[in-house]
Design a protein around this ligand. Sequence first.
Ligand code: NDP
Ligand code: GDR
Length: 372
Amino acid sequence: MKSALITGITGQDGSYLAEFLLEKGYEVHGIKRRASSFNTQRVDHIYEDPHAGSGRFKLHYGDLTDSSNLTRIIQEVQPDEVYNLGAQSHVAVSFESPEYTADVDAMGTLRLLEAIRFLGLEKKTRFYQASTSELYGQVVETPQTEKTPFHPRSPYAVAKMYAYWITVNYREAYGMYACNGILFNHESPRRGETFVTRKITRGLANIAQGLEDCLYMGNIDALRDWGHAKDYVRMQWMMLQQDAPQDFVIATGVQYSVRQFIEWSAQELGITLEFSGTGTEEIATVAAIEGDMAPALKVGDVVMRIDTRYFRPAEVETLLGDPAKAKAELGWTPEITVQEMCAEMVREDLKTARRHALLTQHGMDVPVAHEG
Ligand code: NDP
Ligand code: GDR
């Protein structure tokens, strides 16, 4: 039985990858952080009670800032594959916590690679690094390929650039099977609530049910190449099954604006929006409503405004990936379109919003977090 160790198993990708590897028959180990409240909601459904026998899913306490802990876990697990998905992954937050972001995202990657080498596992353990389209930042060519030069635009992207190159370096210096997946944005109903797509689907579902009044957004002109996380974790595994390690761009090859994503999400709720005004004065107003999914709204309500607090000190305006290499060499193509994904996210968030609205109607206090 093959074994895999996943850092960031409690995150969006980690949870889908764990499911995928368990289906493939792997023994799956994951690193979870100690937190003051439960942080395993995304993997609770695959958790196996250790008292019930020897399961194939195991969680270990750990942190990417703690090398002795990482070394001990890797020594214990002796993994065939390590997927380094753990990160302070929020670009805007990295401007607030640049040093911590560097420690986790850059040094954390080095700590893992060093642990593998130190334990003499460099010929056994294959290593996947969660690299990112944020590396391209201020893009110099469109679409972006594996050969497009990098120009990172945030402490997050600069940290991930170190992680990218140290992964390449350990491959070249020590012959490790180590590779980078340069992944463009990918989302799902499990996406963190403060990333833009989930902020929109959750926010609009809450507004439709009367739990929130308005969505406050940053730069809605930003263009992104959005795919579904389920499609992207499949590709992460495929990258570690080749004869030789290589880096790949994973993207859909299609880009849309944040504004367009807001429109789709509203349409999924039966709401037609009208955008008016420009720059920081832009607003979105309800122009028409169909069906019964937005009982709290009426025509003329303003459901989106711009709040400059969500602008970033340096913005990545446009990203569009070229997945030609992944298609040609690995036969990978994404199966879920961005419109299907948006609809799935809205449906899931609407279910939760309806439950919360019902509880509120019955006098229960359900706090709604607004940050994003
Ligand atoms: P999430 O933010 O959903 O998950 C991040 C994970 O990292 C969580 O499990 C989190 O734990 C864990 N983590 C955070 N800090 C530490 C730490 N100090 N030590 C150990 N673990 C830590 O990210 P995604 O699943 O969306 O992304 C997975 C990876 O892919 C990340 O590295 C991200 O930067 C990268 N990436 C993501 C893209 C995307 O569009 N989703 C695109 C390109 C790259 P906890 O649950 O406790 O917070
Ligand atoms: P990104 O994702 O920065 O691309 O990083 P995010 O969803 O946060 O932002 C995408 C774009 O939307 C704009 N935007 C807003 N973003 C947020 N979060 N909140 C807002 O209110 C808002 N309004 C507009 C942003 O400015 C940006 O242009 C994600 C993360 O998953 C990274 O870890 C990963 O590496 C990259 O995708 C690829």
